[in-house]
Design a protein around this ligand. Structure first.
Ligand SMILES: NC(=O)c1ccc[n+]([C@@H]2O[C@H](COP(=O)([O-])OP(=O)(O)OC[C@H]3O[C@@H](n4cnc5c(N)ncnc54)[C@H](OP(=O)(O)O)[C@@H]3O)[C@@H](O)[C@H]2O)c1
Length: 164
C-alpha cells in the first residue's frame, strides 16, 4: 500500500527554494520512526534536498531525465509512475515523501495520509493539494510536543474512506 507523509502549514505550504520552511525536531524523529525499513518514494527535487541517502530505506526517485544516475544500491531511479509497481509491494507500507508534484500525482493512489499540521500560515513555493474530506476520515489526532520554535502543530492520520 501507499501512504503519504508530509508536514504542511495551515495554508498547505510545504517548502520554498527546495527547502523545508521549518525545523521541528519531533517531526523529524517521527518521520524517521515511520519510514525506517520501508520504501520511500520521492521526486528528484526532494531527493536532492535531502542531501544524502537516508539509512535503512529503499529510495525510489522519479525523474524524467533518462541520464540521471545515483550510484547507491538503495536508490532506484524511475521515469514514470507506472514503474512504481516494480518496487512497491502491496502487503507492506510504502511512503510517498514528496514533494508537491509527487504528492499531487500520487495522492489518488494512497490509502493513508500522515499529516503534520502546523497551525500557522507560511509563504512557500510548493503546496500540498487540498484534502477532500469526503474521501478521507481522521483515524488519529495527536498534539505535537512543544517545539523549539513554539509552533503549535498536530499529527493527523487520515485513512481513505471505504464505501460498501
Ligand atoms: N514539508 C514536507 O513534508 C515536504 C516533503 C518533501 C518535500 N518538501 C518540499 O517540497 C519542495 C519540492 O517539491 P517539488 O514539487 O518542487 O519537487 P518534487 O516533487 O520533489 O520533484 C519534482 C521532480 O520530480 C520529477 N517528476 C515529477 N513528476 C514526475 C513523473 N510523473 N514522472 C517522472 N518524473 C517526475 C521531475 O524531475 P526532473 O526535473 O529531474 O525530470 C520533477 O522536476 C521542496 O521545497 C521540499 O523541501 C516538503
Amino acid at each position: 500500500m501507499l501512504s503519504i507523509i508530509v508536514a504542511k502549514s495551515k495554508n498547505n505550504a510545504i517548502g520554498k527554494d527546495n527547502k523545508l520552511l521549518w525545523h521541528i525536531s519531533d517531526d523529524l524523529k517521527r518521520f524517521k520512526n515511520l519510514t525506517t525499513n520501508h520504501t520511500i518514494i520521492m521526486g528528484r527535487k526532494t531527493f536532492e534536498s535531502l542531501g544524502r541517502v537516508l539509512p535503512n530505506r529503499l529510495h525510489i526517485v522519479l525523474t524524467r531525465d533518462e541520464n540521471y544516475k545515483v550510484d547507491n544500491e538503495n536508490v532506484k531511479i524511475i521515469h514514470d509512475i507506472s514503474e512504481l509497481d516494480k518496487y512497491v509491494q502491496d502487503e507492506s507500507e510504502n511512503f510517498v515523501i514528496g514533494g508537491a508534484q509527487i504528492y499531487a500525482s500520487l495522492i489518488s493512489k494512497c490509502d493513508k495520509l500522515y499529516i503534520t499540521q502546523i497551525n500557522k500560515d507560511f509563504i512557500g513555493d510548493s503546496y500540498f493539494p487540498n484534502i477532500n474530506e469526503n474521501e478521507w476520515e481522521i483515524i488519529e489526532k495527536l498534539s505535537g510536543p512543544k517545539d523549539e520554535n513554539n509552533f503549535e502543530y498536530e499529527y493527523i492520520t487520515y485513512q481513505r474512506k471505504r464505501y460498501k
